[in-house]
Every structure is written in structure tokens, then in C-alpha cells.
Design a protein around this ligand. Sequence first.
Ligand code: ADP
Ligand code: MG
Ligand code: MG
Length: 251
Amino acid sequence: MLEIKNLHVKLEEEDKQILKGVDLKVEAGKVHAIMGPNGSGKSTLSYVLSGRDGYEVTEGSATLGGENLFEMEPEERAAAGVFLAFQYPVEIPGVGNMTFLRTAVNSQRKARGEEELSAADFLKEVRAKAKSLKIDADMLKRPVNVGFSGGEKKRNEILQMAMLEPKMCILDETDSGLDVDAMKLVAEGVNALRDEARGFLVITHYQRLLDHIKPDVVHIMADGRIVKTGGPELALEVENNGYADILAEVN
Ligand code: ADP
Ligand code: MG
Ligand code: MG
């Protein structure tokens, strides 16, 4: 599914290398978590995968199902099935949430050469999914994210993910200051979408999130590289002992 090889990334503006050879392979059906100390490059990795400006890939590759992500525009990555959770938390005054979702869903279908969903089918689907995420009909009509609480934005983000049915979901929850309720919500959303055809990369600073999302694989990132990979027990080790022991072991 997602394969990252020897990825090196620097800032465009200054001569600062941030990713220094990331290797990572996320298989379909698996949930991979990336943890690591602040400043290790976790968010940079998700930004680079999403195609955000300001970063330069100096070496290495990232492919989705064999397709080179770095040759695609952000919209093309989305159409290919990459979902980045922070891609849509923007507030869009004047655009109803429902309209926004329908446009997003249909533009992806179009890019894939699929037929657009009819208004009736879309409505049916969005209502069912909203209900299962405890999103009320009122929130679907309001302008995208405008005046939404933190929890509502999170719910909405999960709804976007549920509607777009991506192949590869990348969530960077590091700096979002998730409270326990929001964390559970993200976890429930991820768990509901777990599927053998779908991969997840969950980036988090907090072990807590991984109490609710049981990852198949846990990676520790430090200083721009994945320095250790293991099972869920690795997250518990971090919770109990912090990163110091792991970093001492690999240095
Ligand atoms: P993490 O998400 O693991 O906390 P980041 O990817 O946010 O780490 O940051 C990795 C390093 O790159 C940090 O030292 C950070 O200060 C630096 N960095 C990232 N983006 C920028 C930027 N746009 N300008 C300057 N420094 C940056
Ligand atoms: Mg950070
Ligand atoms: Mg971060």
C-alpha cells in the first residue's frame, strides 16, 4: 500500500535537513503508529506526503500501490486514495458542510473515472454515516467548521474520512491537543473504518490514543528516522519509560 524508502527531506527556505532516511511500509489492513519525541519529524513526514509547500525531497521515494506520490498534485493524491486528516480542518464560511462533502466525494469519483453519486444516494449515505458518528443534521448544514468546537471539528474530520473511503488514512494527532473525548472519537472513527483493504498511519505523541486504537505495528521516530519498530508493546514501553531508554539503545 504505502511504501516509503530512504526518504530525505529538507526545508526549502533554509538548509535544514529534517527527514534523514525514513523507511516505512504500511500494508493494506494494518494500522501503523508513529510515535516519537517532539521535533523528530513526524509532522514533516505527513506534510510531505500531503504535498504541502515548503519542503524539498532530496532523496528517496514514497509510493501508493506503486504510484509515485511525489509526482502527483495534492488533489491527485486524494483521488488515488490518500486521506490526510489535517487536510480539511479549515473553516470555509459560506460553504455548507454537506455541499462541501458532496463536492469532495464527487470530485474524487470523477478523477477516478467513476460516476457521481446522485443527490439522493449521497444524502442517504451522509445521513447514515453522520448518525453513526453522533453528528446531528444541524451540523451538516452549517458552514464547514465555522464555529465548530474542537470535538465537532474532530467528528467532522472523521466524517470526511468515512465519506471519502480512502485506501490510506494518515492522521497526525500530535499537536492537536486532543482531550480524552476527542481522542476516543478519533479512535472510534478509525476502528469503524478498519478494513482489510485499507491502511492507516496514525502519528501521535501520546500513548493514550493507542489505548483506543490498537495498532498492529508501532514505530519510534527520532531525529528524522524510524529508529525502532515493534508491536503494541512498544507503545506501552514508551508510556512507562519515556523515550530515553529506546534512544539510548539505538544510539
Ligand atoms: P514532530 O511532529 O515530530 O514534533 P516536526 O516535523 O514538527 O516534528 O519538526 C521536525 C523539526 O523540523 C523540528 O526541529 C522543527 O523545528 C523543524 N521544522 C519543521 N518545519 C519547519 C519549518 N517550516 N521551519 C523551520 N523549522 C521547521
Ligand atoms: Mg511537534
Ligand atoms: Mg508534530
